[in-house]
Design a protein around this ligand. Structure first.
Ligand code: TRP
Length: 466
C-alpha cells in the first residue's frame, strides 16, 4: 500500500491501512456506536427533560458534528500520523505553528479519561450478560430489577472485577493492530444490534405507553432547556460521534487516498444517530409503563431493558444476546478511545504496538477505579459536577470534546489553505462550500457560544457592558 513515499502531502501511515472503504466505515461506525447511543443518550436526554434536548442534540449532530467529523478525518489522512504528530506536522506545513500538537495531546488525554469510566459501564454490561443468561430477570418486577442493579453497583469488588475484565479485552484487540484486530471486531455487530433494537422497539410499541415515550422524546418543552442542557446536548453529539479527541483523526490516518470522506462521514452519522433514536424509542415507553423516572441517571437502561426482556417471550435469550452485543459495541468503541494514545506512544517512543497498548491500558485501568468507587465506597464524595465519575464525564464530554472540536474546525477551516482541504475532500462544488462555511463559522462560533453561555461568561461580559 506504500504509494507515494516521497511526496510532501501524500504520506503513508506506519500502522498499515484499512483493507477497503467499507472497512474504514465499519471501524468508525464501530467506534461511534457504543454505550453512548444506548446507555448514555437515553439517560442524558431523560435528565435534561426530553424533547427540547433531543432537538438541540440533532441540530448539533448535523451542523457541528458532521463538519467536525469531516475535518478530523481529512486532517488525519493528510498527516498520516498519530494525532499529536499530525497536528504538529500540518501546523508547520500550513504555515502556522507546531503548537497545534497540543490539540492532539488533549485528545490523547481525553481518550484515556473517557475510557477510564467507559470501561466501568462496559463492565456492567458484561455482568448483565451473566445475569440475563442465568434468568435473573425472568418475570422480575421493576422493583426487583432496580434492586439487582443497586446491589451490583453497590459492590465495588464486582464492579472492579468486570472493569478489569473489560480492559483486558480492550488491550487484547488493540495490541493486535489495525488490520487484524480492529476490522474483524466490527463486521457483524452493528447490523445485529440494529436487529435487536427493532425487537425491543416492537415490544415498546405494544407496551401501551409508546405515544407517551414518543411525545417525551419529540415534544420540546423549551422551559426545561437551560444553557447547561444545551451544552449537554452538544457534548453528547461529540461523545456519540467519537469526535473532538483525535480518534477519528487517528483512524483517518489509515484511510486510502481515494475514499470519499464526505460519504463515509454521512454514513457514520446516519447509523449512529439512528441507533440512538431507536434506543430512546425503545426505552422511554418502558420508563412510563413501569412508573419509573426518565431522570434516573446512569442506571436508566439497566433498570428498564431487563424489565422488558423479563416479560418477553424468549426474553432470556434476547436479553443475553442484547447485552453481548452491547458489550461488543462498547468493545469496538474502547478500541477507538485507545488508538490516539497508542499510536502516539508507538511513534514517539518507538515502542511496539503491544507494549504501548499494555502501558496505556494499565494507566486507564488504574484511573478507572475512581469511577468504580463512585457508585459505592465514594458515592458521597461529591464536588463540582458530582462524584468522581460525574466530574470525569463532565470534563471530557462537556469541555474537552467541544473544545477539541472547536480547535479542529478552526484548524481545518482557517489554518489549512483552501487547496489542502479541497484536495482531501475532493472539490465537489457546493458540498465543499457548505462544509467550509460550517467548519469556518457555524461550528466554531456555535461551540464557543454554548461553552461561554453555559459557564455564564457571556452574561458576565454583557453585564459589564450594560
Ligand atoms: N462514541 C462512543 C459511544 O458512543 C464513545 C466515544 C467517545 C468514543 N469518544 C470516542 C469511541 C472516541 C471511540 C473513540 O459509545
Amino acid at each position: 500500500m506504500l504509494k507515494n513515499q516521497a511526496g510532501d502531502a501524500k504520506r503513508d501511515s506506519l500502522h498499515g491501512h484499512w483493507s477497503s472503504r467499507m472497512a474504514f466505515i465499519l471501524a468508525v461506525t464501530g467506534s461511534a456506536v457504543g454505550l453512548g447511543n444506548i446507555w448514555k443518550f437515553p439517560y442524558v436526554a431523560g435528565e435534561n427533560g426530553g424533547g427540547a434536548f433531543v432537538l438541540v442534540y440533532l441540530i448539533c449532530v448535523i451542523v457541528i458534528g458532521m463538519p467536525v467529523m469531516m475535518s478530523e478525518i481529512l486532517i488525519g489522512r493528510r498527516g498520516r500520523r498519530n494525532p499529536v504528530a499530525t497536528m504538529e506536522l500540518l501546523g508547520k506545513e500550513e504555515g502556522s505553528s507546531p503548537r497545534w500538537k497540543w490539540v492532539g495531546g488533549m485528545g490523547v488525554v481525553g481518550g484515556i479519561l473517557i475510557l477510564s469510566y467507559y470501561s466501568v459501564v462496559a463492565g456492567w454490561t458484561l455482568a448483565y450478560i451473566v445475569k440475563s443468561a442465568t434468568g435473573a430477570f425472568a418475570g422480575a418486577s421493576a422493583a426487583a430489577v432496580g434492586a439487582e442493579f443497586d446491589s451490583f453497583v453497590g459492590d465495588w469488588r464486582q464492579v472492579g472485577l468486570t472493569h478489569t475484565i473489560f480492559m483486558a479485552l480492550a488491550i487484547f484487540v488493540v495490541a493486535r493492530g489495525v488490520e487484524r484486530g480492529l476490522e474483524q471486531a466490527v463486521r457483524f455487530m452493528v447490523p445485529a444490534l440494529l436487529l435487536l433494537m427493532f425487537v425491543l422497539l416492537a415490544y415498546s410499541i405494544n407496551s401501551g405507553y409508546f405515544g407517551q415515550g414518543v411525545s417525551f422524546m419529540f415534544t420540546p418543552d423549551w422551559t426545561k432547556l437551560t444553557w447547561g442542557s444545551v451544552l449537554a446536548a452538544l457534548g453528547q453529539a461529540f461523545f456519540t460521534l467519537s469526535i473532538g479527541m483525535g480518534a477519528v483523526m487517528a483512524y483517518g490516518a489509515y484511510l486510502p487516498e481515494e475514499t470519499s470522506i464526505t460519504g463515509a462521514s454521512a454514513a457514520v452519522v446516519t447509523a449512529d444517530t439512528g441507533i440512538a433514536i431507536l434506543a430512546g424509542l425503545a426505552i422511554f415507553p418502558l420508563v412510563f409503563a413501569n412508573g419509573l423516572t426518565p431522570a434516573a441517571g446512569p442506571g436508566l437502561v439497566f433498570n428498564t431493558l431487563p424489565l422488558a426482556f423479563g416479560q418477553m417471550q424468549g426474553g432470556v435469550f434476547f436479553a443475553t444476546i442484547f447485552f453481548v452485543l452491547l458489550a461488543f459495541a462498547a468493545w469496538t468503541s474502547a478500541i477507538g478511545l485507545m488508538e490516539p494514545a497508542v499510536a502516539w506512544i508507538v511513534e514517539r517512543f518507538n515502542r511496539t504496538r503491544a507494549q504501548a497498548t499494555v502501558m496505556i491500558g494499565l494507566l486507564i485501568w488504574v484511573i478507572g477505579f475512581g469511577s468504580v468507587l463512585s457508585f459505592n465506597v465514594l458515592a458521597d464524595l461529591t464536588f463540582l459536577a458530582g462524584t468522581i465519575y460525574d466530574n470525569v464525564d463532565y470534563l471530557t464530554s462537556n469541555i474537552m470534546l467541544p473544545l477539541g472540536g472547536l480547535l479542529i474546525a478552526v484548524f481545518a477551516g482557517w489554518v489549512m489553505c483552501r487547496n489542502s482541504t479541497s484536495d482531501e475532500l475532493g472539490n465537489s462544488g457546493n458540498l465543499f462550500k457548505a462544509w467550509r462555511i460550517l467548519a469556518r463559522f457555524v461550528a466554531p462560533l456555535g461551540i464557543l457560544f454554548v461553552l461561554l453561555k453555559a459557564v455564564g461568561l457571556l452574561d458576565w461580559v454583557a453585564s459589564l457592558i450594560a
